[in-house]
Design a protein around this ligand. Structure first.
Ligand SMILES: Nc1ncnc2c1ncn2[C@@H]1O[C@H](COP(=O)(O)OP(=O)(O)OP(=O)(O)O)[C@@H](O)[C@H]1O
Ligand SMILES: [Mg+2]
Length: 307
């Protein structure tokens, strides 16, 4: 379990990156960290892997009080918490196998352990056939998969991903999201900072929203935008449509001659409003199937995993 208790972090007198933030993450959860640029997501992650230390408050990871741990325990923490980043952070002069084995060597694992574990974790992310490839020979999505394999190698309890799909095209993005979802289904806690509203809305997991260093929302099955915002948008749009209808009725002459009615109808179809409405309808028709396809992909994987 992870606990942030009234945590604040200032980088200077002017910059308060985190302001009195408290939350808990239970084992096995999948949590999205969302919020505008500069809202404190990466800072929260850095505090959690003890790359930074809070000015106020306490952070606990399982039995470790992060304010009060020795250097050895910091290494222990980083073995228990795997991290992946937007820019992959792979070693360019090492191939996929070596990038993963390096992490195991650093953790003092035996040669036999390493020989068993590296192909296993590369298989989990679907890259067993590319073990000999160097980062320059891999696509962005494949590089991120190597980074995930490396993060998994020490069998962490928690996997933290700081905008892991920020540099990826939509297909690779969903590939990575599915890999993370699979790992979560196997019991690893996932904390993922992201600007990807479609990912957040599609997965329907817990969403913690930051703004100006403060935690402003924590929704169990959240959406990228607060639900109230959607509701307000719908209410406002409904009200506008009603008003528009009323306006049209009021404007219509009581007894217009038939010829005038005809030309009025024609005019309506040629107005800009009519064109825009048509366009947005077309757009939503284009977007809908795309989203559905992705959802099905994830469900299928889950099904597979459950079997
Ligand atoms: N090392 C640092 N020194 C000074 N200020 C910093 C440092 N790191 C972050 N900040 C500031 O702290 C605030 C929070 O930054 P943080 O990186 O946590 O935001 P973020 O939510 O991750 O943003 P993004 O979505 O752009 O990644 C910002 O105002 C940022 O400029
Ligand atoms: Mg960040």
């Amino acid at each position: 379990m992870i606990r942030f208790l009234s945590v604040s972090k200032k980088y200077s007198d002017e910059i308060t990156a985190l302001d009195n933030v408290s939350f808990e993450v239970q084992d096995g959860e999948f949590v999205f960290l969302v919020g505008p640029s500069g809202s404190g997501k990466t800072t929260a992650i850095k505090l959690l892997i003890r790359e930074e230390i809070p000015d106020e408050g306490r952070i606990f990871f399982e039995d470790l009080d992060l304010a009060d741990i020795s250097r050895d325990l910091v290494y222990e923490l980083r073995r228990r918490v795997g991290v992946i980043f937007q820019d992959f952070k792979l070693l360019e002069d090492k191939d996929a196998y070596e990038n993963v084995s390096f992490a195991l060597e650093a953790a003092g694992k035996s040669d036999n352990d390493i020989k068993e574990t590296v192909p296993y974790v590369l298989e989990i992310v679907g890259l067993k056939d590319r073990m000999d490839a160097f980062p320059r020979e891999l696509s962005g999505g494949e590089k991120q998969k190597v980074a995930i394999a490396r993060a998994l190698a020490n069998n962490p309890k928690v996997l933290i991903a700081d905008e892991p799909t920020g540099n990826l095209d939509p297909t690779s993005t969903w590939d990575i999201v599915q890999v993370l979802n699979k790992i979560n289904n196997w019991g690893t806690t996932i904390i993922m900072a992201t600007h990807g509203s479609e990912i957040v809305n599609t997965l329907g997991k817990r969403v913690i929203r930051m703004e100006g260093g403060r935690l402003i929302r924590d929704d169990i099955k959240g959406t990228y935008d607060p639900v109230e915002d959607f509701e307000t948008k719908i209410l406002v749009n409904t009200q506008l449509t009603k008003e528009k209808d009323q306006q049209r009725k009021d404007e219509k002459p009581v007894s217009a001659p038939p010829s005038q009615e005809k030309s009025e109808k024609k005019e309506k179809t040629e107005t800009n409003i009519g064109k825009n409405e048509g366009q947005s309808e077309q757009k939503s028709r284009r977007e809908k199937p795309k989203r559905k396809k992705v959802k099905i992909g994830i469900k299928n994987k889950q099904k597979k995993n459950n079997n």
